[in-house]
Design a protein. Structure first.
Length: 395
């Protein structure tokens, strides 16, 4: 492992350069994230967009804190429906125990629709979109110890179509697989209720899992458990071949050290990532986000608690290197310029080039040494901004 420290200048960009909401942005690739404004006490939360060149495009204040932003760009099935269907938009999902979804026009930076959760429900902050354009959102039930997936139809004024019941509690992140019906669900296993804040109510009896469910008939297809039930599986990314990379936040004693990331692609058990105990200890039992490249060869994991972002080889499941970046959590991959982007709580974004290394070549170490000098680029945003936990790229 090679761990490196990067020091960032505390510079900020002036908000005077923001585009007005009356002028289309016409930017092909955008970085999107929830944010908090350090100095706006009255309305601190919202969604912001920036170009990959580092230009802040818009900041849209919203009532609730945002966790994930979902790409709502038109699907192939939308082509030819109407001129309006061609507009690019995204969906900002409120962080637990938030109750609202916000559809935002990313060309002009304004709110298109607001969706409010059903009575006695709140969202967990994540969602996915299936091949038919339906949006699926994990939610907690407040009137009983239960959870489900709310299925909305954006094409029908965001009508709630159904609730898919789940066998457990704490479904944090959900991903739609390529067959159009199978869902991968990170069942965190932690029961919470807004009446007790963010207190975890069932740590002694919790059980986390990776769940596969058929969204057509709500049938549980399979369920896989981590080595320790207190390894709360929370975040994941899915490769093109439906291989699931899933990561955990450990809820047990601090002296216990376990792998915090796993791979699954039809095996009988979750396959743990491999690293030395000292490397896992350095992650402080917490992974905040996961991202993979389109080839399925590389994954990045973030640990904001530890100030670490680690790079992993998905063929061997071994740690390649680790970067120190304070409060870094958001991760996303951009096809152009073939780079991973990392956001943090200091309003900064780091660009890490995804340059392949030929492990079979004699020049492997020389190649890796060269990458140390060239693969990192930095972009600094407004000092007052705190990027929230997740980063999304719209191409």
């Amino acid at each position: 492992m090679n761990r490196r420290e990067f020091v960032f200048a505390g510079l900020g960009l002036s908000l005077a350069g923001l585009f007005s909401c009356d002028t289309p942005l016409n930017v092909r690739t955008l970085l999107l994230s929830g944010y908090q404004d350090r100095f706006n006490k009255a309305n601190p939360y919202g969604i912001a967009a920036a170009s990959i060149e580092g230009k802040l495009r818009f900041m849209l204040p919203l009532p609730q804190r945002i966790h994930q932003v979902l790409d709502m760009s038109p699907l192939q099935l939308d082509v030819g429906k109407s001129k309006n269907s061609e507009a690019r938009s995204c969906l900002a999902i409120a962080r637990r125990p938030g109750t609202e979804l916000y559809q935002v026009d990313v060309e002009r930076g304004f709110l298109l629709n607001k969706v409010v959760a059903s009575a006695n429900r709140h969202f967990f902050g994540h969602a996915c979109r299936n091949k038919d354009g339906k949006v699926l959102v994990p939610q907690n039930h407040l009137d009983k110890k239960a959870a489900s997936i709310a299925v909305y139809d954006p094409a029908d004024t965001w009508r709630l179509l159904e609730e898919i019941p789940l066998p457990g509690v704490g479904p944090h992140q959900i991903e739609c697989l390529s067959d159009g019906k199978t869902l991968a669900v990170a069942m965190g296993g932690i029961h919470t209720h807004p009446n007790t804040g963010r207190r975890k109510l069932n740590i002694d009896t919790m059980q986390s899992s990776l769940l596969y469910i058929d969204s057509n008939d709500s049938k549980v297809l399979a369920e896989y458990y981590p080595e320790d039930p207190k390894l709360s599986l929370r975040h994941m990314a899915v490769c093109r071949d439906d291989r699931v990379i899933i990561a955990a936040q450990y809820q047990g004693p601090s002296e216990n050290i376990f792998p915090l990331a796993f791979s699954h692609h039809g095996e009988e058990n979750l396959k743990a990532f491999s690293a030395a105990e000292e490397d896992w200890r350095a992650h402080q039992q917490y992974i905040g986000s996961v991202s993979v490249d389109p080839s399925g060869n590389t994954a990045y994991l973030s640990s904001p608690r530890a100030g670490i972002v680690s790079r992993w080889n998905l063929n061997s499941l071994e740690l390649e290197e680790s970067y120190s970046l304070r409060d870094a959590c958001g991760l996303a991959y951009a096809k152009e310029p073939q780079a991973f982007y990392i956001s943090n709580g200091l309003g900064q974004i780091v660009n890490v080039k995804n340059t392949a290394i030929d492990r079979g070549a004699d020049q492997y170490m020389a190649q890796k040494q060269a990458l140390k000098q060239s693969q990192i680029n930095t972009t600094v945003f407004e000092k007052t901004m705190i990027w929230d936990n997740h980063l999304t790229i719209l191409s």
